[in-house]
Design a protein around this ligand. Structure first.
Ligand code: 8YV
Length: 333
């Protein structure tokens, strides 16, 4: 950017080298090379001095942090799709634009969702420990390690946006019948392509599904959408998979019900209080009843580089005086 002052861009976590290098070329980029999570006070200081803040899911950009923001901070370019780590309403009120990185983690997250849909009923994680454990394998028997078939079962997708649709496409190839609940019904051609059945009532869908996949964002409206009451509507032989946000499910109620045999199992990539994981869930994972992953849904090198590219495009466009492509609008919250 010749003859132009480079914006001070504070990046809160370590990003792939290629992304950081490009940021250094384009901006006065303050990087976090040792990847130590920033404290609330560090974030407030970053908001005070930066022109642009690049946070991730691990940074809580709340009203207190935003309250410290200086005159300069005009853009928060989130490195991530979900923006529930940011108090977007307060940011917008303060005239700060917020952007995210949609689209580039759709396929990776859908792959991980499908992996959990397979792993839980087919006992993949449990089986893989048999050969890596201390005991010798006693050999094949006709009645050992029996899971459940997924072909021909019903999958209920909560949140039929980009990721939900990508999950549906994969699931169809595995012989699952697609059902969904969404704020709005998707266009008829999408329903036709996916042979998807729409349920306006989440309660009614839950009671009829073999597997539920959570693919909606965490917003005030979706907090504990799968509440204890709703989980009780599900059949005891049904499974729940979540690669979206932990907050969408009442985790305690879910763990309690699996422990009590009121639900067949769950595969979770996200948790209500990350990085803390409900001890009941950890116990169930040790007993082979649930599959837990440490928020890996979008963790591919390609995906992270694409996310970085999106962040850079959002910052550059904004600095050039245009509307960045991935603005977060109040209607999306
Ligand atoms: C990202 C995610 O890795 O983008 C999202 O919403 O949940 C993740 O998979 C994370 O948000 C990075 O900030």
């Amino acid at each position: 950017m010749p003859n132009r002052k480079r914006p001070l861009v504070v990046v809160t976590r370590k990003l792939p080298d290629i992304v950081e290098t490009r940021m250094r070329e384009l901006f006065d980029a303050r990087l976090n090379l040792d990847d130590k999570p920033m404290s609330h006070a560090d974030l407030a200081e970053a908001a005070r001095v930066a022109d642009v803040l690049v946070p991730t899911i691990t940074d809580h950009i709340d009203a207190a942090v935003l309250g410290q923001s200086g005159e300069k901070l005009k853009l928060i370019a989130n490195f991530g799709n979900g923006v529930d780590n940011i108090d977007v309403a307060t940011a917008l009120q303060r005239g700060i634009t917020v952007t995210n990185t949609p689209g580039v983690l759709t396929e990776d997250t859908a792959d991980m969702t499908m992996a959990l849909i397979l792993a839980v009923p087919r006992r993949l994680a449990e089986g893989s420990t048999v050969l890596s454990g201390d005991k010798d394998w006693s050999g094949w028997t006709p009645t050992w390690m029996l899971g459940h078939r997924i072909w021909g079962k019903r999958l209920g997708i909560i949140g039929m946006g980009r990721i939900g649709q990508a999950v549906a496409r994969r699931a169809r190839a595995f012989g699952l019948q697609i059902h969904y609940h969404n704020r709005r019904r998707v266009p008829a051609e999408v329903e036709e392509e996916l042979e998807a059945t729409y349920w306006e009532s989440l309660d009614q869908m839950l009671a009829r599904m073999d597997i539920i996949s959570v693919n909606c964002p965490h917003t005030p409206a979706t907090y504990h959408l799968l509440s204890a009451r709703r989980l009780k509507l599900m059949r005891p032989d049904a499974y729940v998979v979540n690669t979206a946000r932990g907050e969408v499910i009442d985790e305690n109620a879910l763990a309690r019900m699996i422990e009590a045999g009121e639900l067949a199992g769950t595969g979770l990539d996200v948790f209500e209080n990350e990085p803390a994981v409900n001890p009941k869930l950890v116990r169930l994972a040790r007993a082979g009843k649930v599959v837990l992953l440490p928020h890996m849904g979008s963790a591919t090198m390609e995906g992270r580089i694409d996310m970085g590219e999106k962040v850079i495009i959002n910052i550059r466009t904004f600095m050039d005086g245009h509307r960045p492509p991935d603005r977060v609008l109040p209607s999306m919250l």
